[in-house]
Design a protein around this ligand. Structure first.
Ligand SMILES: Cc1cc2nc3c(=O)[nH]c(=O)nc-3n(C[C@H](O)[C@H](O)[C@H](O)COP(=O)(O)OP(=O)(O)OC[C@H]3O[C@@H](n4cnc5c(N)ncnc54)[C@H](O)[C@@H]3O)c2cc1C
Length: 278
């Protein structure tokens, strides 16, 4: 992605996304599909997991369980080639010239629903970083990024398309003080991802899948980031999507409802309805 970019290894990526909530995972789907070696490091507590039923995200006419939706976003990102690791980014240093280094602390995750194997403390190197975490910017202290204070919260300043004042550092979602709805966070993650792709060596980028001949039958090359698929491939993909959706919605999602952590005796805000006598 940059001239100095080394081949990505397990600890070095072209792009590190901090935060695997709605904005971060949507961004990861777009960057991974563009061929950017993307790692999402996520503490695992998207604020959306507190929602009781998500009813205003386009494409779900009867709504969707928000914890199921969050899991589907994660699968979509990894299915499209992004890596995902559980962890808490404690510190971020570096620059576009030297590369960025994130110090990642372990997550104490006792919830079997969201636990992943690797939670050890480690360093991760990346050419670029996209921050899509909560509105807590303390881990960005050493970077000189412009921060906006708003009461108890602090937000990262950007140019409206996700670029911060630090070259190579991008932002999306709540930490950039976007409106507080999932579809806006998703759209913002996608927009920042495309900004980042445009800033890299990837040429003009659409990310469209079109029927065979859509471009080529008009004597045009398939543009970068577009794919023509024939009827057989289209049928196969539609069958796979039907099967996946049937599986997702076959049973109720089993992760416990979250609420505000101050309301229950569980640091992640998980409600045990049985214990609560509901
Ligand atoms: C109770 C409740 C109900 C809601 N209901 C709705 C609704 O019905 N409809 C709607 O549209 N919106 C709803 N929302 C809002 C919606 O959840 C947010 O707009 C959306 O989740 C914001 O996305 P985000 O990616 O910016 O943040 P999040 O989804 O919160 O993701 C941030 C991620 O960053 C991770 N993280 C934080 N710090 C670090 C770090 N240092 N290192 C690594 N990872 C880190 C977190 O664990 C989290 O996974 C609701 C919110 C709440 C609180």
């Amino acid at each position: 992605m940059t001239d100095s970019a080394a081949e990505p290894t397990a600890e070095r990526f072209e792009l590190l996304i901090v935060g695997g909530g709605v904005a971060g995972l949507t961004a990861a789907t777009f960057t991974a599909r563009a061929g950017v070696a993307t790692l999402v490091v996520d503490h695992g507590e998207s604020i959306l997991r507190r929602n009781a039923h998500l009813e205003n995200f386009p494409g779900f006419p009867a709504g969707v369980n928000a914890r199921l939706f969050a899991d589907m976003l994660q699968t979509q990102a990894t299915r499209n080639g992004a890596d995902y690791q559980k962890g808490l980014v404690d510190e971020l240093a570096g620059s576009l010239e030297t590369g960025f280094v994130a110090t990642v602390g372990a997550v104490d995750d006792t919830d079997a629903d969201t636990a992943t194997a690797d939670t050890a403390s480690r360093e991760i190197h990346a050419d670029r970083v996209l921050v899509a975490s909560w509105a807590d910017v303390s881990y960005l202290d050493g970077l000189g990024v412009e921060i906006r204070d708003a009461g108890s919260k602090q937000y990262v300043d950007d140019d409206g398309l996700g670029r911060t004042n630090v070259e190579g550092l991008y932002t999306a979602g709540r930490i950039a003080e976007r409106y507080h709805q999932a579809v806006i966070a998703a759209g913002d993650g996608a927009e920042t991802a495309i900004t980042l792709i445009h800033d890299s060596e990837t040429p003009f980028y659409n990310d469209w899948v079109v029927p065979e001949g859509y471009f080529t039958d008009r004597g045009r090359e398939v543009p970068p980031g577009c794919e023509e698929i024939d009827a057989t491939e289209q049928e196969a993909r539609q069958a796979a999507s039907r099967a996946a959706m049937q599986e997702y919605f076959a049973e109720p999602h089993d992760e416990r409802q979250r609420t505000h952590p101050s309301l229950v005796d569980d640091e992640q805000g998980r409600i045990d309805w049985d214990d609560a006598g509901s």
